[in-house]
Structure formats: structure tokens, C-alpha cells
Design a protein around this ligand. Structure first.
Ligand code: CO
Length: 221
């Protein structure tokens, strides 16, 4: 069936795909043969769906090297079967030892959560970020500039999502079984392409108290 300009779009993307596959084969003839056999990623990346924050490109890794879950504003919800399934597969099947929650400054999801306008269905998802805002409101409100407040909430959101990863049954069980597994919180700047470590790192449940203390989190566990 003739699809007019939609055919053009498809042809353009297929052409790009072919050129990319040829380029990959050109630099490494066995690349796809190896990938076809198995994937062996060492990292699970939980990031934002924003088109500017592609995990593989940010850390310059090839396909097969990083396992990725992305959603709006890199939120880890305790009952989100999609995210939980990714974490379980990453940890229990792929034996990944590093989970990285990576947010980004200028996150549209975080901004929308701060503004309180109506966006429809997505508002239910953004409630999770509003919970983060409420938990850190005192500290955020100390900043006079609205934009600074917004960027700080982007950071706080990463920190809270790291904690949420730590409290999943999957991570808790792994730690109980002495599995080597660490959770990291990073943030990316679209302005200059540079990652920043938010100095939140958890590799054992005993470390959580100190993490709450360091990052001003009230947690009743
Ligand atoms: Co975002």
C-alpha cells in the first residue's frame, strides 16, 4: 500500500540502519555474530525517556554492553512490574553488578511535576516526583532562583530513585545472599554532555542509614 511521505520516512531510517550495520561490520566483522550468541552487559542503566539522553551514547558503549530501562523522569516505582522485571532479569539472569540511576538536568518530567499544570494521564506518573518534591521541599525552597530549585529537584529525584532501587525485593534478596551489587546515582547535563556523580552509592543494606543522613532523607524502614 502506498503510504506517501511515511514511505519516505521508513526508507530514510532503513537506509540509515543499513549504513550503520555495514559500518559496524566494517570495523568488527564478528560484531553481530557475537551479539547474536549472547549479550553480556555489565551495567543496568535506569534513565529518562528524553530523546537527548541515550544511555549507550552518553557512556560511549556498544550494543550488548549496557542493559537499559527508561521512562519519563527515571522513576523507580515499587509496584512498576516493567521496571522491576528489568531489574530482576538484570540482576538474576545477566548477573549485572552495577545499577546506575541516571537523571538529567532540565528534565521535562521533573519540570512538569513542579509546575502543577494539568497534562492528563501522565499526571499520575508525575505524582511520584511530587512526592520527592514534598520530601525535600524545605531544602529546595531555600534556593531563591526557580531554575536552581528545578535543577536541585532533578538531583533529589535521582537520589530518591536510588533508594527505591535499594528497597526492591530483588536488590534486598541479592544483598541477603551476599551477591556483589551496587547502586549508583548520577546526573547528566545536556548542556555539555558531562555526567556528574551525585555521591550516592549503596552496596549493602547497612550503608542505607548513612545515605539517608547524608542526603537528608526521612526514611522509616
Ligand atoms: Co527527563
Amino acid at each position: 500500500m502506498e503510504r506517501g511521505k511515511d514511505d519516505k520516512m521508513r526508507d530514510m531510517l532503513f537506509k540509515r540502519n543499513e549504513a550503520w550495520a555495514n559500518k559496524m561490520r566494517g570495523s568488527d566483522p564478528d560484531f553481530f555474530k557475537r551479539l547474536h550468541k549472547q549479550q553480556n552487559p555489565k551495567y543496568l542503566w535506569i534513565g529518562c525517556s528524553d530523546s537527548r539522553v541515550s544511555a549507550n551514547q552518553i557512556v560511549d558503549l556498544d550494543p550488548g554492553e549496557i542493559f537499559v530501562h527508561r521512562n519519563i523522569a527515571n522513576v523507580v516505582v515499587h509496584t512498576d512490574l516493567n521496571c522491576l522485571s528489568v531489574i530482576q532479569y538484570a540482576v538474576e539472569v545477566l548477573k549485572i553488578k552495577h545499577i546506575i540511576v541516571c537523571g538529567h538536568y532540565g528534565c521535562g518530567g521533573v519540570k512538569a511535576a513542579m509546575e502543577n499544570h494539568e497534562h492528563g494521564l501522565i499526571d499520575n506518573w508525575l505524582r511520584h516526583i511530587q512526592d520527592v518534591y514534598r520530601a525535600h521541599k524545605k531544602e529546595i525552597d531555600l534556593l531563591e532562583n526557580k531554575n536552581d530549585q528545578y535543577q536541585l529537584l532533578c538531583e533529589k529525584n535521582v537520589i530518591e530513585q536510588v533508594i527505591n532501587v535499594c528497597h526492591t525485593t530483588i536488590v534486598q534478596k541479592s544483598w541477603r545472599n551476599n551477591v556483589d551489587l551496587s547502586i549508583h546515582g548520577w546526573i547528566y547535563s545536556i548542556k555539555n554532555g558531562i555526567l556528574k556523580d551525585l555521591d550516592i552509592y549503596v552496596s549493602a543494606p547497612e550503608q542505607l542509614e548513612a545515605v539517608y543522613e547524608a542526603h537528608g532523607i526521612n526514611y522509616f524502614s
